[in-house]
Design a protein. Structure first.
Length: 323
């Protein structure tokens, strides 16, 4: 039994509760084979206990701080752009919990609380991208990496904003009970793609927001067929337009040319595979449609300022540093 405590601050962001659902989904035992221990015991905590009101007005019941010995203690997020200093009681509880719990985590700007408690000094951490600059100014001893979904540095886990907490919890489940259980939990939550910690908070797909169904079909086709040539003629056929009509319409709806959109989606997929480290650079180039290493190298230099090999070395060094 994994005992999980989520610290719920006043004015908490409702999405801080959503990641707990991933823990809950492990209790259905649908993984094959099922884990020996597939249950998490969940607790909502606050300084004084009782009802805590969220930023949108919904209220939840909480337990007062008491025994700090949890398997996992997590600090939830608040809906605020400027973070006020935490109370001495909260900081003291987080510090004590970190000493006696297996791991300590935060969702979104809950990272500010971990930093105030001194738990992030010298460590890598992330938070919502919009608060990364103010975080870095307040806590210069923390290695803030705002362009990450989540970061695991030793016993400390931090996530980016909003739904990134779900990705962090799925990674915890993967670590605790295995990838099959995490996969089943994600499926039960109707998550169509698990995001790994190294993925950027800014997805190329968010910048491709076509207004018409036909262009949405094109974007989906690109994403699902990165190994293909993806010529303008091929994409125009998906949209049932002539190549010239398609190019004009795609640019008007997305602000990008078809060629630029294809390259950005290839780069996003390639960077993830490179940092994940499971495949050679040659295989990554082939799987993401760059065809050869040199073409991908030029694209990486143009976009990231580094070749793929350098990004892989950086990712490995970071992994070694946090082991």
């Amino acid at each position: 039994m994994h005992r999980v405590g989520l610290i719920v601050p006043r004015g908490f962001q409702l999405l801080s509760l959503a990641p707990l659902t991933a823990f809950e989904m492990t209790g259905f035992g649908l993984a094959k084979p099922p884990p020996a221990d597939s249950h998490y015991e969940l607790h909502l905590l606050s300084e004084h206990g009782g009802p805590i009101r969220s930023s949108c007005g919904l209220t939840v019941e909480t337990e007062a701080f008491d025994d700090p010995a949890f398997d996992t203690i997590i600090v939830g997020a608040v809906t605020a752009f400027e973070m006020a200093p935490s109370s001495a009681n909260l900081i003291a509880f987080v510090q004590e919990a970190a000493k006696v719990s297996r791991r300590t985590a935060s969702f979104c700007n809950g990272a500010f609380v971990l930093a105030e408690a001194g738990l992030l000094n010298g460590r890598r951490a992330t938070t919502h991208w919009i608060q990364a600059t103010s975080f870095r100014a307040r806590f210069p001893n923390v290695r803030m990496e705002e362009d990450r979904i989540y970061i695991n540095d030793g016993p400390i886990w931090t996530s980016a904003g909003m739904t990134a907490g779900i990705d962090l919890v799925l990674a915890m489940i993967d670590r605790d009970l295995g990838p099959e259980v995490a996969k089943v939990a994600a499926k039960l939550m109707v998550i169509n793609q698990r995001r790994m910690g190294g993925q950027t908070q800014h997805s190329a797909l968010l910048d491709l927001t076509p207004r018409s169904d036909r262009m949405e079909l094109v974007v989906a086709h690109i994403r699902q067929n990165l190994r293909s040539a993806l010529s303008v003629e091929e994409l125009a056929a998906i949209a049932n337009l002539s190549p010239r009509q398609f190019s004009r319409a795609f640019l008007a709806e997305t602000g990008q040319s078809p060629a630029r959109a294809v390259e950005r989606l290839r780069l996003e997929a390639a960077r993830f595979m490179i940092e994940e480290g499971r495949h050679s650079v040659k295989v990554v180039a082939q799987e993401t449609g760059f065809a050869d290493r040199e073409r991908m190298r030029r694209a990486f230099l143009r976009t990231f300022g580094l070749p793929a090999e350098a990004l892989r070395r950086n990712a490995r060094q970071a992994a070694v540093a946090t082991a």
